[in-house]
Design a protein around this ligand. Structure first.
Ligand SMILES: [Ca+2]
Ligand SMILES: [Ca+2]
Length: 354
């Protein structure tokens, strides 16, 4: 099996689909269908104008793990990275060994194409390939061991199942398939949703019950609401006839007390009025417009004149003896201005005159 990547510039079938780049596998028995530009023989291709470009056009043909990829650089730039996908074909099986070659053909018309470079290289470096080969050998070895082990365990399992058919059934139940797991997850999710809805229902019932209770209490006139808006249950039994009687008697008592106080106040008022009238009657005969305070002031001055004459004698007088105001009494100095240190009789006198 060979692989050909052709650049067909002439449109033989006149379908205006050239220049065309295409891939074609051939085991040596196929002849390129020039009449139809190989349209029925291609494994993939793309319409690209690859003639007369400022820079050489490039084709990158990759064959890796039985996948063929053809990328085309259209020659419009000199950038190495300007490759575009032309086609990709899977399940392309080429022999491990072969040759790379370049050839050309034409019909009645001549055309000129130059091959500037043909580069062939591995997709992996030599070290990578060596490592890969080593890994491949190891992998094959491990794979072989694994297969042997698997066969061994399978054989042991088969023997065990043959001896214990019940245990085999249990083991099958123990492990769940991906479908079973998915189904179980769906059931669990639905169960959670169902529980949540059930909880919501219970809460809703509670709220409705509370609301109905509140409404019934409001209509019965026995609601008691706390400060935070929380409902307080009404006192058990409510108010009895006895309590109402007590309250009424208290009210009667308060009303009676108020009436008594009113009587007392009116008595006080009348008495004070009488006193006032009496006071006015006693002052007027003394001096008409004579002021009571002036009289007091004169009396005070008189006592102050008298005081110095009997201070010392007062101390020596026996208690209860009547004081006589005369010239025989010796004058004395006013030594003690403090009221508490004065003798008893003087203190009384001081109180009188102050
Ligand atoms: Ca052609
Ligand atoms: Ca054509």
């Amino acid at each position: 099996m060979d692989l050909g990547c052709s650049f067909d510039s002439f449109d033989n079938d006149n379908k205006r689909n050239n220049p065309y780049i295409m891939g074609m596998a051939n085991d040596g028995n196929l002849v390129y269908d020039h009449e139809h530009d190989g349209s029925s023989q291609q494994m993939g291709g793309c319409l690209r104008d690859f003639r007369n470009k400022p820079f050489p056009i490039r084709a990158k043909i990759e064959y890796f793990k039985n996948v063929l990829t053809v990328l085309i650089h259209n020659g419009m730039t000199d950038n190495e990275r300007d490759y575009e996908m032309c086609y990709r074909a899977e399940n392309v099986f080429l022999p491990p060994k072969g040759y790379f070659g370049v050839t050309a053909a034409t019909g009645g018309l001549a055309d000129d194409h130059d091959v500037l470079r043909l580069l062939v290289h591995s997709l992996r470096s030599a070290d990578e390939m060596a490592q890969l080969r080593l890994n491949q050998e190891e992998e094959e070895k491990f794979q072989k061991e694994f297969e042997q082990y698997q066969q061994k365990t399978q054989k042991a399992r088969d023997e065990y199942i043959a001896q214990h058919p019940d245990a085999a059934r249990k083991e099958e139940e123990l492990y769940e398939t991906s479908e079973q797991r998915e189904l179980r997850q769906i059931f669990e999710g639905q169960g959670q949703i169902y529980d949540f809805i059930k909880q919501l229902n219970v809460k809703l019932d509670e709220v409705i019950g509370r609301q109905e209770r509140t409404l019934s209490l409001v209509s019965g006139g026995q609601i008691a609401v706390g400060q935070g808006g929380t409902q307080v249950p009404p006192p058990s039994g409510g108010m009895g006839g006895n309590d109402i009687g007590v309250v009424l008697s208290n009210q009667r008592e308060i009303a009676q007390n108020a009436r008594d106080i009113k009587t007392i106040i009116s008595d006080v008022q009348s008495i004070s009025q009488q006193l006032l009238n009496r006071a006015q009657g006693s002052v007027q005969p003394v001096g008409g417009s004579y002021d009571f305070h002036v009289t007091l002031k004169e009396l005070n001055e008189g006592i102050n004149i008298v005081k110095p004459f009997f201070w010392k004698d007062l101390e020596t007088l026996p208690l209860g003896e009547t004081l006589s105001f005369g010239k025989t009494l010796r004058p004395f100095l006013w030594e003690s201005p403090s009221l508490e240190t004065l003798p008893l009789g003087m203190r009384e006198l001081s109180i009188l005159v102050s």
